[in-house]
Write a protein that binds this ligand. Structure first.
Ligand code: GAL
Length: 686
């Protein structure tokens, strides 16, 4: 466990209050009161850390780190590249990004520097190394926080300046070797888009190329590499005088950058979670989304991750920003821990007085009081987490199921034109994941590069692109006993978005032959029966044929393709593959996956049917391979989290015998949960 604790605290921006020493003193007193044991410093502090080029002023920071240390509070120290000081943009305009339309940004905002700029790299490296020299071995500094939400500016996250264009061309030369190979991969003879000189290649632009999907894909990959390389440069800079691990804070399923690539530069995965709680009365869709993202972060390194930011109450950037209803703060914090987080950190500790985020929620309000509902609810989390440290140390979730979510597939399936222009890949994958969540079947969210051994079930919805090696991996997985679920519009194109010709790469495994894809308007919706219940087939209806030996579980009932298969099951080797030829609805996915879980022997941690709105996760003793040296286990078994996302009491029946890990109460047969309650259970005899 990093720093020896479940971390509790968040972003702290004392540089906004340096002229108010009484506030800084009060901060530490109140942090203790709130059970804060770790804060993140320096995220956007460049202008104060380096007020003039090459002149560093770190004394104020050292004093704050020391004062925190005296109070037993640990520090995550950020590098400041998340926002550039004005002296820099004034003197070196090349550090400011150029938009896709060719306009260079004016100074301002944040997260908007050119990742290729040698000046930006040099200035960042210099300040990072200076921070490393001064703070890299301080006792209460436990982790480097590189930059902030990389690629997360207000645009597409990319810079299109001439330096980036040249770097892109070099990247392409490295990848393809020859223009002939590139022209083939991008299908250049279509519309006369054959390149005869590398200099003719330009990044996608609204007033230029937007139609060559292979180019779009490679540009996105290049941007991911460029940003990851920048992050790697920062990683090496802070390592100059320090052995501390490093992270950078991710956002959720964020399209601008492939986090599975970026995470390779890091020791620890961390992310910022801002779910839209209370968007509607039914919290399940939001809980599912949040769980999906947590599970993706955990699965990247198969290790505990850190929740780096979350809102203690309200945020300020949605059209309407509901305050967290009583109980939701505890539940959403526990949700992160339940899915593998070793921290609950907030943005932010104290509200600033001015500028863009002055009304973003914080632990401390402008009125500077601890007798507020938000403060009390934060303090409750601060009180609860230490009690869980012992049983959670060295544990992580180890699901036997995986859902594929792959950035390159996302880019490709949404960039491609037809059969629909409104495909929403994350939404679609999350609809499948919802069936897992509702039934308490945990899943890792991984991409096509993941190792599938260790999973019993792998589901790959809307798996349009097959990366090199993927069909072979799936075939081997099924052959050796795994169950694979996939859907319509899968296995269409390779990594450069060239369609497969001849047969589907997994035709033998799936047992179907694809023929046409209908994207019907609402009035032409189709229908099918599954286990005696009728469900809609809509939006995407693939017209397929079952191969000999394939079991057809459902068929279309209307239109000229009535009788063609919608749901099929094919045994292959020791395993099986299911194919869903049409998009349907939540009820169908729920019923379908219930059967799949049954046939693969997957059960939730309580081994019982869960009421609507309740889910369970399990953290289990991790193997010694955990890279951060997991503590030796002390005889505790699995730790099960039971979460009620309904704003009313529920009862979970048929649960066997468990002990409440926090109050020692024995629960047998049933578990009563209050509104928005999370219970933590361990096996009875432990
Ligand atoms: C995050 C960002 C923080 C803060 C927060 C507000 O995306 O990293 O600095 O702006 O959003 O919700």
């Amino acid at each position: 466990m990093l720093g020896g604790h479940l971390l509790h605290g968040g972003d702290y921006n004392p540089e906004q209050w340096l002229d108010c020493p009484e506030i800084l003193e009060e901060d530490i007193r109140l942090m203790k009161e709130a059970g804060v044991n770790c804060v993140t410093l320096g995220v956007f502090s460049w202008a104060v850390l380096e007020p003039e080029e090459g002149v560093y002023d770190f004394d104020w920071l050292e004093e704050i780190i020391d004062n925190l240390g005296d109070a037993g509070i640990q520090v995550i120290l950020a590098t400041p590249s998340g926002a550039m000081p004005h002296w820099m943009t004034q003197k070196y305009p090349e550090v400011m990004q150029v938009r896709a339309d060719g306009r260079r940004n004016l100074p301002g905002k944040r997260h908007n520097f050119c990742y290729t700029s040698p000046v930006m790299q040099e200035k960042t490296r210099a300040v990072d190394e200076a921070l490393s020299r001064r703070f890299g071995r301080k006792e209460n500094v436990i982790l480097w926080h590189l930059s902030n939400e990389l690629a997360g500016n207000f645009g597409d996250g990319a810079c299109h300046c001439s330096l980036c264009q040249s770097a892109f061309r070099e990247w392409l030369k490295e990848k393809y070797g020859t223009l002939d190979a590139l022209n083939h991969a991008w299908w250049g003879r279509f519309w006369s888009h054959v390149y005869t000189d590398w200099e003719q290649i330009h990044s996608p632009a609204p007033h230029g190329e937007t139609t060559v999907t292979g180019l779009e894909l490679d540009w996105r990959r290049f941007v991911t590499d460029q940003i990851s390389d920048f992050c790697g440069m920062e990683r090496r800079a802070v390592a100059k005088h320090s052995d501390l691990p490093a992270t950078t804070n991710f956002m959720d399923t964020f399209k601008n950058i492939d986090y599975n690539r970026l995470q390779k530069e890091l020791d620890v995965v961390s992310w910022d979670n801002y779910p839209f709680w209370h968007k509607e009365k039914d919290e399940v869709p939001v809980a599912v989304q949040s769980a999906f993202n947590h599970s993706m972060m955990r699965a990247m390194k198969k290790k505990p991750f850190l929740l780096m930011e979350s809102a203690p109450s309200v945020i300020n950037w949605r059209n309407n920003n509901p305050v967290k209803r009583p109980g939701m703060h505890m539940l959403s914090s526990m949700q992160a821990v339940a899915h593998g987080s070793d921290s609950v950190q907030y943005f932010q500790w104290r509200k600033g007085r001015g500028s863009y985020e002055k009304f973003h929620g914080a632990v401390l309000d402008h009125k500077n009081r601890s007798d507020t509902r938000t403060f009390r609810e934060v303090a409750e989390v601060g009180k609860r987490l230490p009690g869980l440290e012992k049983i959670l140390d060295g544990t992580v979730n180890r699901p036997e199921a995986a859902v594929i979510f792959d950035w390159a597939n996302w880019w490709a399936v949404e960039d491609t034109t037809g059969p629909r222009l409104d495909l929403d890949y994350p939404k679609y994958v999350m609809e499948h994941y919802r069936a897992f969540w509702e039934q308490g079947i945990e899943a890792d969210i991984v991409d096509m590069d993941a190792d599938l051994s260790g999973y019993r079930l792998v589901s790959a919805p809307l798996n349009y692109m097959y990366k090199a090696g993927w069909p072979e991996k799936v075939r081997a997985f099924v052959e050796s006993g795994g169950t694979f679920v996939t859907t319509f519009f899968s296995g269409m194109a390779d990594e450069t978005d060239l369609c497969f010709t001849g047969q589907h790469p997994l035709e033998d495994v799936l047992g179907i032959v694809q023929e046409e894809i209908d994207a019907p308007s609402q009035e032409f919706e189709n229908q099918f029966a599954y286990n005696g219940t009728e469900y809609p087939a809509r939006r995407m209806c693939e017209i397929d044929h079952a191969k000999e030996g394939t079991e057809v579980l459902s068929s279309y009932e209307r239109d000229f393709y009535a009788g063609c298969p919608v749901v099929t099951h094919n045994t292959f080797g020791k395993g099986a593959a299911y194919y869903l030829a049409a998009e349907s609805d939540t009820e169908f996915l729920r019923a379908f996956y219930r059967d799949v879980f049954g046939s693969t022997g997957l059960k939730n941690a309580l081994g019982t049917e869960l009421p609507y709105g309740v889910t369970v996760t399990k953290r289990t003793c991790a193997d010694p391979a955990l890279a951060d040296g997991a503590a030796e286990k002390t005889g505790y078994g699995d730790v099960v989290f039971v979460m009620n996302f309904r704003n009313e009491p529920v009862c979970v029946d048929g649960i066997g015998k468990w002990t409440d890990a926090e109050n020692g109460a024995v629960c047998e047969g049933k578990l009563e949960l209050e509104a928005f309650q999370c219970a933590v259970l361990v096996e009875q005899d432990k």
